[in-house]
Design a protein around this ligand. Structure first.
Ligand code: ARG
Length: 447
């Protein structure tokens, strides 16, 4: 498509090194939508006859259905998806096809296609995150009142409910969805008409093109429009952070399904065995989710690194944006789907959770609060309960069976009532705290 000024053919290795059609073929639907919108603007500007436009449109639709049906053969010699489609169009409809590229460049074409690809992907990711939220909500609803130790430093801290713990992830996923929405709004701007870098002397109606493609606005600077991949880096960040959230959930589940914790049993369908140790049942989905998050972070860093040294405007380095993008979107999409299934199918072992949470040490803070209600300053109460804890540890007596009066009369005979776990949970009733009624109300609100 540029052979005019060249006396030699492109070297075979250069073709092999530079082709992108092996991966950017995935942009084909957006490329075709963009070309049809562009051709319609050419028609309005009097550059095409109605017949030529009709031939272009139906030619492109024919190519689209051939690609979808797997009947289209992409050629690496034609480098990328844009040239493959344009060359095929001209082959099919003749000279009208050769008119299509007036007033545009592959530079504004690829920028448009990639934005549309990201936009579509954001919409399906949002659905996938929502499905995972629903799976978590269902489990939280079943276990709204199931007590669970809450941890800091992976040491037992205070009692929470399983429902409250799971709803923490629902919150993180909410923020992921709101970041997807923000990212979508910023990227939904049409660069078509920016040409190679400096627009065109042929003036097409950019607003009409943008409207046809569902963009909210047009880009305001042709050079920025060609060079900009902010939207892509931003999406890769949003995807990475969502991956980090899934990875933390995975880490909780890896612990919870171990014999040491035993809080959950993952389904046979979502675990794997060992080829050597017959008894093994491994949480590979969780480990792979955690492991693949490394790829998401790597892809984000790859794109930022590609961008950081580029002078305006287009540089071929930018072609390196697509594989990380596709890989991250594919990886997160699959991770969300498999985690949704696994969470829905996992069994939460309420007895194990309750037994672990029944450790009276978890209510040491409640015991201090009990003293505070009697007028003891919190620092003094903390000290007194600390002494009680030390006495319990040293005498190997459970904290709730210690004679607290021997530590300090301030504890009073009613201190024993502190050690009711269900009461302790119900008492945590301020907004945002883990009381079962709060968890139920939260689930209700979300549903
Ligand atoms: N395949 C190229 C890419 O993905 C399309 C743009 C090519 N533009 C160019 N001036 N060589 O970046």
């Amino acid at each position: 498509m540029w052979q005019g000024r060249f006396a030699q053919q492109t070297a075979r290795l250069v073709q092999q090194f530079g082709e992108s059609v092996s991966f950017d073929w995935r942009l084909f639907e957006h490329d075709i939508a963009g070309s049809i919108a562009h051709a319609r603007a050419q028609l309005s500007a009097g550059l095409l006859t109605a017949d030529e436009f009709a031939a272009i449109q139906s030619g492109l639709r024919g190519i689209e259905s051939d690609i979808k049906a797997g009947r289209f053969e992409f050629s690496a010699a034609l480098e990328d998806v844009h040239m493959n489609i344009e060359a095929e169009l001209t082959k099919r409809i003749g000279p009208a096809g050769a008119k299509l590229h007036a007033a545009r460049s592959r530079n504004d074409q690829v920028a448009t296609d990639t934005r549309l690809y990201c936009r579509t992907s954001i919409d399906s990711l949002d659905q996938a995150v929502r499905a995972l939220q629903n799976a978590l909500l269902d489990q939280a609803a079943t276990h709204a009142a199931t007590p669970l130790p809450g941890y800091t430093h992976l040491q037992r801290g205070q009692p929470v409910t399983v429902g409250h713990h799971l709803l923490a992830y629902v919150e993180m996923l909410d923020r992921d969805r709101s970041r997807l929405t923000d990212c979508r709004a910023r990227l939904n701007v049409c660069p078509l008409g920016s040409g190679a870098l400096a627009g065109s002397t042929i003036l097409l109606d950019r607003e009409a093109i943008a409207a046809e493609l569902g963009f909210d606005a047009i880009t305001r600077n042709s050079m920025d429009a060609i060079a900009d991949r902010d939207y892509l880096a931003e999406l890769l960040f949003v995807v990475s952070l969502c991956g980090v959230h899934l990875s933390r959930l995975s880490e909780d589940l890896v612990l919870w399904c171990s014999a040491e914790f035993g809080y959950v049993t993952l389904s046979d369908a979502h675990t794997t065995g060992s080829s050597l140790m017959p008894q093994k049942k491994n949480p590979d989905v969780c480990e792979l989710t955690r492991g693949k998050t490394g790829r998401l972070l790597g892809n984000l860093l790859a794109v930022l690194t590609t961008l950081k040294g580029l002078p305006l405007t287009y540089n071929r380095d930018l072609q390196e944006d697509k594989e990380p993008l596709f890989d991250s979107l594919d990886t997160l999409t699959l991770a969300l789907a498999v985690n949704t299934e696994m969470i829905a199918a996992m069994q939460i072992n309420a007895d194990r959770c309750r037994t672990a949470a029944a450790d009276p040490m978890l209510l040491a803070t409640d015991l201090a609060d009990h003293l505070v209600r009697k007028g003891v300053p919190f620092r003094d109460a903390h000290e007194l309960v600390g002494k009680a804890v030390a006495a319990a540890v040293n005498s190997a007596t459970p904290l709730d069976q210690l004679d607290l009066a021997t530590i300090d009369p301030a504890f009073g005979p009613d201190a024993a009532a502190v050690f009711s776990l269900d009461r302790a949970l119900a008492a945590r009733s301020n907004p945002g705290a883990p009381a079962p009624d709060n968890v139920r109300a939260e689930i209700q609100r979300r549903r």
